[in-house]
Write a new protein. Sequence first.
Lengths: 281, 292, 310
Amino acid sequence: MNQFFPGLYLPSDSPVHRLDPRVKMSAVLLLMMAPFALPYPEPVLSVVEGPGRRDGFWGYLLLSAFVALVSVVSRVPLLALLRTLRNLFWIGFFMFFLYIFTTPGQPLAAWGGITATWEGLLAAGAQIYRLCLLVVTASLLTFTTSPVQLSHGLEALLAPLEGLKLPVRELAMVLTIALRFVPTLFEEIEKITKAQRARGVDFRSGGPLQRARNLVPVFVPIFVSAFRRANDLATAMDARGFRCSPHRTRLRQLHLGLQDLVAVLVVLGTVLAAIGIERLA
Amino acid sequence: MRPFIEIEDLEYVYPSFIPPQAGGQRGGGEQITALRGVNLTIERGEFVALIGPNGSGKSTLARHLNALLLPTSGTVWVDGLPTSDPRHLGAIRQKVGMVFQNPDNQIIATTLEEDVAFGPENLGIPPDEIRQRVEAALAAVDLLDYRLHPPQMLSGGQKQRAAIAGALAARSSCIAFDEPTSMLDPLGRRQVMDTIRHLNATEGLTILLITHSMSEAVLAQRVLVMDAGQIVLDGPPGQVFSQMERLRGLGLDVPPIVEIAHWLRGWGMDLNNEPPILTVEQMVEALCNNEL
Amino acid sequence: MQQRTLIQVEDLTHVYAPGTPFERVALRQVNLQIAAGKRVGILGPTGSGKSTLAQHLAGLLKPTVGHVLLDGVPVHSAPRDHRLQVGIAFQYPEDQIFEQTVFREVAFGPRNLGLDEAEVTARVRWALEMAGLDPETMSQRMPFTLSGGEMRRVALAGILALRPRVLILDEPTAGQDPQSRRGLLARILAWQEETGLTLVIISHALEELVLSPAEGLGQAVERLVILKEGQVVANGPTRHILSDDALLNAIGLEVPEHVKLLRALRQRGRKVRTDLVSAAEVATEIAHIWGLTPPPSPSPRRGGEEERRA
C-alpha cells in the first residue's frame, strides 16, 4: 500500500511530462471535446459502402493516431493505460447490450421480442471505442502530471475567476490537501477493515443489504477521523499564517516554453484537421 | 531588552459543550477555566520545558503564544506585540511557529518542499527567496535529500522535522512544541530532540517544549510545572526535579536517574547536588568519583 | 504448569505487493513458538515487520511462504470461529469505534459471534468491568464524548468481550502519558492473570514492556522476541536478553534509562548486573556494589495511584 504518488502519476522525463500543466489540461479538454464535434460514428456505412462517407472514420483515425503518438512519446507503459480501461468494464457491458438491441438493421440473433443486429454490434463497438479514447486521453494527463502540478495548473487556469469573487486559491488548496491524503486514507481504511474483521465482520459474504450494513463500522470511524484531521489541519494552517496576508505567492512558478507553444499548435492542428477532414470528405 | 514572551495575569476560559447523551439526557454548556492568572516571561534563546498532568493547561498556554487563542483577561506580548491586536496577527504567527503532536495532520502538501514552503508562501515572499529558504531549512533539519518525497514516504520523526523546517523557512525565532514526540518511536524521538537541541544551541532559537517525558524535560535549561491552570514550579531542571514529593503529588514522574540518586543519597551515598545529577553520564561520573 | 505450544510460526515469509515496483519483504523466515498462557513481547523499530507478524498471528494476512498455526490449525485459512480465538487490538484502537453507545460498541464482537443476548450482555458487563469502566454509568454513554483514555479502554473492552484465548496488542500504550501507560499496562496484566489468556504485546520501546507497575508483578513480559528488518534477531527470557551486552549492542536496542546506567557502569568496569527492570532494583544493586546498606525494600512505586488514574 505504499504507493509513491497518489492517483496514477508515473514520474518520468518525457517531453510530455515536461509540458506546462495548463497546456496539458487545456489540450486534454480539447481532445476530449473533439469527438463530439465529429459525426456520430456509423462505421457500418464504411464497412458496407467503403470509407469516405460522412461517418467520422477518418476523424477518429486521426485522433486515435494522435493519442497513440502521445502515449509513445510520454513513455507511459501500454499496460498501465490498458489497466485504466478496466474500470470501464461495467459501463461498456451496459452500452454493449443497449446498442446491440436498439439499433435497427440486419438481424443477428433474436430472443423473444428483442433482436440483436449487425449494425447494433458495430455501433456498440464504435461507442465503446469512443469512450475508451476519452478515458485514455484523460489518463495520459494524470499519468504525466504530478498532483502538485495538477493543483497548480488548475489554480492558474481558474485564476481569472478570482475577479468574480470565487475562492480559487482555497479551492486549489482543497484539491491539494485531498490529493495529499488519498494514500493516508487508503491505509486507514485498510487498518479499520482489518480491525473490524478481527471482531467478526465478514465482508465477503451476505446479500447486498448485509454488505451495506458491513460498511458502517468502516465508514463511521473514517468519517470521524476525517473531521478530527480537518480540524487539526486547519489549526496548523492558521498557525502557519494561512489567512494572514492577501498576497500569497507560490514556490513553483509555471513558465511557458517553446515546447508548450509547439504542443498547443500541434493539438489545435490535429483537432481542427480531424473535424475538417469530415467536412471535406 | 524586553523578553521575547511576556505574559501578565493570563486567564482563559473556554466554553465546553456537552452533546446530548444517547439515553436522552440533554446536553449543555459549561465553562472551564483552563488558565488562572499565569505570569511568565521567556527570554530570547531560552529552552523551556513545560510539564504537568493532563488538563493542567499546557496546550492552552502554548496556543496563546501564537494567538491561536486570545486571553479572556490579561495580556500576552510576543516580541513586544500584544496578541489581542488583530493587526499584529501575521507578524506574531511568523515569529512563533508551532509543531503539533500528530505528525500526519500538519502536512498539507504532496511533497516535502511544498509543505516547507507553505509558511513563506503565506507571507508573500518572492518565489526565488522561498526556494532559498526552503533549501536552507531542509538542510538545517537534515532532510534535503527528501525534498521531493511525498509525506507517506516519510517516517514520523521525519515528518516532525519537516514541521520544524516549515517554521525555520518562515524565519520564526521561537517554536512551541506540543508533545512532538509522543506519537514517535525511539529513533524518531531522538532525531527530533537532537534537532531541537541543535537549533537552540547553534541558531539561538527560543524553544517551548511541552512533554510528558522527563528524559526530554531534563534537556531544557528551564522547567515549568503547571497544575490546574497555574504555573507551580519554575526553575532549572536540577532544582525542579529535586522536589520529588511535590511532583509525585501532582502525579508526575521524576526522571529515573534523579530517583536513583535520591534513593542512594537517602542510603548514605555522598552525591553532589550541584551540578545536579540528571543524566546517565552525570550519574556515572558521580558514582565513579564516589568509590572511596 | 504444562508448557503447551499454542501458536506455531513456521518459516513465515511475507511479501507485500509482489511483482510490482512497490514490492517489499516484510518478514523473512520467521520461526516462533508461543506457549499457552505466556506473556510475550515482540519488539522492533518501525519497519521491522512486527505489525505484519501481529496480523499473521491474528489470521488477517495470508503468508507468502510458511504457516501460522493455532493449536495445529492454520489461522488464516481456518473457519472464522477458529481465527476469532485470537483477539487483536491495533495501534490507537479507539479509531475503530463507531457505535452510538458504549454498550453497543462492546457488544459488537460478541454479537458477530452469534451469541444470544443474555450472553452478550453478560460479556459486555464483564469486559467493561475488566477495563475499569462502570457498566451502570458507562453503558449508555456516547463513546465519542469520552476522554481519549476512556475511549481506548472501551475499544479494548470490545476485544476482550470476544473472550479470546490469545490477545495481541499492537503498542497498547501508544501516545499515552506515563501514568496512563502504567495504569493500562497493569490492567492488561491483570486480564492475563484473571483469564489465563496468552498475551502478545508489540512495541517499539523496551520501556513499555519492562516497567513493572507494582512490585509483585515482575516484568510485564516474560519473553522477548526482537525483530529487525523482518527477521528474528533475539528470542528468549527478558532478563537474559537484558544482560546480554553483546546482543544489545549488535541489535542496537533502545533500552530504558536505568538499564543504560547499568550498562555504562559496566563499561567502566563495575561489576553490576544489567538484567534489572526497575529503578528500584537498579538503586538497590548500585547500593550493594558500592557497599551501602540499603533498607530492606526500597520505597514502593505508586502502584495503586496509577490504576485509579488510568
